[in-house]
Design a protein around this ligand. Structure first.
Ligand code: PHE
Length: 502
């Protein structure tokens, strides 16, 4: 039955009868109509104000299988009564006549009703000439009317599991202000033609359905990493940091390693750890005066250092690579800060971007990931400043319980790994690395003697995976990443503390 058929049926019925007291009586081609389809037809007619309708809910009483059996064949006690002939029945024969169940249940009731009793020599005998099987009559009433005038009877029969109630919905329908038996097709769009011909004036326009859900836009979903990155950016901005330009994945070894006082024999500079470029393989576009200083500090020392004492080669510094850390950008920025017009001024820099390492890919490692890095350069900064800044930063991202552990980096001294207590894992986990840049790094970059630079770095992937409950990095990034996950994941809110308490 189509919605249109039902709508027409409703209109015709109202036209004939004036209203519909209960939709239960509606018949389409002799069949009762299904409620859900009817509701669809009614709401569409109501939107056109052709009808109004009310929903009526009530209980409908129906017989259970056992109740239906009793309604048809009589109650157990009536069966027992009918099985006892005028001249009595041996108790042992009752079950044979009425079945074990009726014999068991019906006997007691028949006794209680004083329909039967025990005669001489223990036989069952009738005590009355005839009986009324009230249970059967009550069930017949329920079967016919789906109700019973006596609520006590209903409760009693329900308790005996002979009947039960169902909730049913009916509709009461009346004429609306625009009642008619003819359903005129409604116009949905106002067209240029309608305006030109003036036909819009006589058209019935479909009403807007403000309850309809809008279509979900299919584009422009941010990746979870980008959502968390945005939260981190806000933390840095709140703390007065400036964003470094990291839109360059390829760096020379000079900025990535040499300027960071990382010796040319260092294992990280091996092909197995770093992706080097083939074409072009090299670039010498780094400041030569600075390079000379770097060369000197590596090979013979300077700035209070004895250096590494090896033969530093420019060819090695020219090798192009995919940056292995964003500290390559920090070294470049510190050089620019030292050489800006007017000389050095204090600065707070940050970056959040991609880095690349030639790693074996597993559940927690990819060959590329994102680093979050903060760098502060000022006169006379101390390790206490570094610890303080990291504490505030971590607090703002919702991490309050942190500890530091001495570590080693070629470019920082002292160096500290940052640990946070992970409630879920019940242990301290490493969340980042930090340190004070060495004089062997800052001197060749041209920074004044009394300037100290503190810095720290975290990965973006780890907090993102924790935040979004993703435990395999390949589900977050790369070809196995489920695009639907990206569309559906919620916005990121780090539980960061705001305001003056920090
Ligand atoms: N560059 C370091 C790394 O790759 C992180 C770091 C940044 C360490 C700044 C100290 C200071 O892990």
């Amino acid at each position: 039955v189509s919605t249109d058929d039902l709508a027409q049926l409703v209109l015709n019925t109202i036209d004939r009868d004036g209203a519909i007291a209960s939709s239960a009586d509606l018949r389409f081609q002799g069949q009762p109509v299904e409620n859900q389809a009817l509701h669809g037809a009614l709401s569409s007619l109501e939107r056109r104000e052709m009808i109004t309708y009310e929903t009526i809910e009530f209980d409908k009483w129906v017989l259970t299988a056992e109740g239906a059996d009793i309604e048809a064949n009589g109650s157990h006690e009536a069966k027992v009564f009918n099985a006892v002939p005028a001249d009595g029945l041996a108790i042992g024969d009752l079950a044979k006549k009425v079945g074990a169940e009726s014999a068991k249940i019906g006997q007691g009731k028949a006794f209680k009703n004083k329909w039967i009793g025990k005669g001489k020599n223990g036989q069952l005998v009738r005590l009355v000439a005839s009986i009324r099987d009230v249970t059967q009559e009550d069930l017949a009433t329920i079967k016919k009317t789906h109700a019973h005038p006596d609520a006590k009877v209903l409760a009693e029969l329900k308790k005996r599991k002979l009947c039960d109630k169902e909730k049913v919905t009916h509709y009461r329908v009346a004429k609306g202000p625009h009642f008619s038996t003819v359903i005129v097709k409604q116009a949905t769009d106002l067209t240029v033609d309608m305006l030109l011909s003036g036909s819009w004036q006589n058209l019935d326009f479909k009403k807007y359905n403000f309850d309809a859900l809008g279509q979900e836009p299919s584009g422009g979903h941010l990746h979870p990493l980008m959502k968390v990155r945005e939260e981190f950016r806000q933390i840095f901005f709140e703390m007065g940091f400036e964003e470094m330009p990291t839109n360059r994945y390829v760096e020379s070894s000079f900025w990535n390693f040499d300027a960071l006082f990382q010796p040319q024999q260092h294992p990280a500079r091996d092909m197995h750890d770093t992706f080097f470029l083939k074409n072009p393989a090299t670039s010498n576009r780094f400041p030569k005066a600075c390079m000379e200083q770097v060369k000197q500090v590596h090979s013979t020392g300077g700035f209070g250092s004895i250096g590494y004492g090896y033969d530093w080669k420019e060819e090695e510094a020219e090798k192009l690579l995919l940056r292995t850390h964003t500290t390559a950008v920090s070294s470049n920025m510190l050089y620019k800060l030292a050489h800006q017009e007017g000389g050095f001024t204090p600065a707070k820099y940050f970056s959040i971007d991609r880095v690349f390492r030639n790693e074996t890919v597993d559940a927690t490692h990819l060959a590329e990931f994102h680093q979050v890095e903060g760098v502060i350069a000022d006169v006379g900064l101390t390790l206490g400043d570094l610890i303080g800044f990291i504490n505030v930063f971590c607090q703002k991202m919702g991490v309050t319980n942190i500890r530091f552990k001495p570590a080693y980096n070629p470019y920082t001294e002292p160096s500290m790994e940052i640990f946070s207590y992970h409630q879920g894992l019940g242990k301290w986990v490493e969340i980042g690395n930090s340190g004070m840049f060495r004089p062997e790094m800052l001197g060749p970059l041209g920074l004044p003697d009394n300037v100290r630079v503190i810095a720290w770095g975290l990965s973006l992937e780890r907090p993102t995976m924790i935040k979004y409950g993703i435990d395999n990095i390949r589900e977050l990034l790369g070809h196995k990443c489920d695009l639907e996950m990206i569309q559906k994941n919620p916005i990121c809110r780090l539980d960061k503390k705001m305001g003056r308490e920090n």
